[in-house]
Design a protein around this ligand. Structure first.
Ligand code: MLT
Length: 438
């Protein structure tokens, strides 16, 4: 039905899609704009159910929105936040500067930045009742479960956040969420460890304050190791946004019902909790620990290639068909961190896995390059974070992107409440017999 490009030469991108159907007088021209047709235009093609649908499980070839926030070219291994290459932001910008950029579209001026940092710094506290809420969890509760629940609970503490079209309320809710995610994450960590909560220290930077709330013991002021502060800042920047990934899609879909942003972000945390999404760096570490020693790597690789072992976790990406640009940065960061804390057997295994994967045609031909998760887990582990906390760190960072995407969705006049269609595969009409005895 659609234009079939001639097999001989590559065709220029058409500006119109002409639809026709053999044996019918169908003749429909659909405009192609920005490389896409409007799916609703397909309804011009008559079917028994009132018009043609597009069927796209998991929306892998469906643009759900127009967005100016993040640009990815998976084939070229490009990732840009508002046009700035990730390689230039990571290691030079601060995470809060990037959070501003993602939301506002431009880098902040110094006064804007100073005011932004001040506002976030002075919103890091949470209501004391949140501590009681957190103490209701078992000692072995998963921190993502605690974070998801607690962020959702914050909507009850800030009911005015429901006024999502009031710019001041929206701005305050965004500040509160960026400010309080580290506090909630650190409180969850301390609860699991059976340690007293450490309150925010407003004289510290965003990252150092987080590390202080996680690790401070009896010292009057926690001094994070500079290499860990730098690593956390860079990893937060790398994880801040990634266009329409699963959790961002969840935030946009839930936010499209015009619920408050705390509830929409809780939906993003729930999606990120899934092992196919945020849990990937945890899965990398489990794989490395199962391998156990660098001498076992060749046998493991053979098993992966022979299909006898699980996936090579931390390699490949549904979007990047070349090297994940974030992975290159994280690897250099890992080298920095391990130069200071020492190379351990897990890093040796990781380096050998990468060496083989980058030289073996089996992986190269399948575009199985290391992704951002491959080294991230090793860095977090060197900072003594437990594995089930890695995704919490991802959630702190991604909150900046989720909020930028959420606000962009709200202000996009084309957006409505998310309501996909379906292809019904169930039974036709049948009578209810009501044979049960109650
Ligand atoms: C992400 O950063 O969200 C992950 O790479 C997953 C994705 O983009 O699909």
């Amino acid at each position: 039905m659609a234009n079939t490009p001639s097999a001989s030469a590559p065709t220029a991108a058409p500006s119109t899609l002409h639809l026709s159907a053999p044996g019918s007088d169908l003749s429909v021209d659909l405009p192609i704009v920005d490389g896409a047709i409007r799916a609703n235009d397909l309804r011009k093609v008559p079917t028994e159910d009132g018009g043609l649908l597009s069927y796209d499980p998991a929306f892998l070839n469906t643009a759900s929105c127009r967005s100016a926030i993040t640009y990815i070219d998976g084939d070229a291994g490009i990732l840009r936040y508002r046009g700035y290459p990730i390689e230039q932001l990571a290691g030079k910008a601060s995470f809060l500067e990037v959070a501003w950029l993602l939301r506002h579209g431009e880098l902040p001026t110094q006064p804007e930045y100073d005011s932004w940092v001040h506002d976030i710094t002075y919103h890091t506290y949470v209501h004391e009742n949140v501590k009681t809420f957190l103490q209701g969890f078992r000692y072995d509760a998963h921190p993502m479960s605690m974070l998801c629940s607690t962020v959702a609970a914050l909507s009850s503490f800030y009911p005015s956040a429901k006024n999502i079209y009031d710019p001041e309320e929206r701005n305050l809710a965004i500040i509160r969420l960026i400010a309080k995610l580290p506090t909630l994450a650190a409180f969850a960590y301390r609860h699991i460890k059976g340690l007293p909560f450490v309150y925010p220290d407003n004289d510290l930077s965003y990252v150092d304050n987080f590390l202080s709330m996680v690790a401070r013991m009896t010292e009057p002021r926690y001094e994070a190791r500079p290499v860990f502060t730098r690593a956390t800042e860079i990893l937060f920047i790398l994880h801040a946004d990634h266009e329409q990934n699963c959790s961002t899609n969840a935030v946009r879909a839930v936010g499209s019902s015009h619920v408050d942003p705390f509830s929409a972000i809780a939906a993003g945390i729930a999606a990120l909790y899934g092992p196919l999404h945020g849990g990937a760096n945890e899965a990398v570490l489990r794989m490395i620990q199962d391998i156990g020693h660098v001498k076992n790597v060749p046998a493991f690789i053979d098993e992966v290639k022979g299909g006898k072992s699980g996936r090579l976790m931390g390699f490949g990406h549904r979007v990047y068909k070349s090297y994940d640009p974030r992975a290159r940065i994280v690897k250099a960061l890992a080298d920095e961190v391990f130069a200071e804390v020492g190379v351990d057997k897990d890093l040796e295994i990781a380096l050998e896995l990468e060496r083989i994967a980058l030289s073996d045609d089996y992986f190269m031909s399948r575009k199985l390059y290391p992704n951002v998760d491959f080294y991230t887990g090793l860095i977090y582990r060197s900072m003594k974070f437990p594995m089930d906390f890695f995704t919490v760190l991802f959630a702190i960072a991604r909150t900046a992107g989720w909020l930028a995407q959420w606000e962009e969705m709200l202000l996009d006049k084309e957006q409505k409440i998310a309501r996909p269609r379906q292809i019904y595969t169930g039974p036709g009409e049948r009578p209810y017999t009501g044979s049960l005895v109650y």
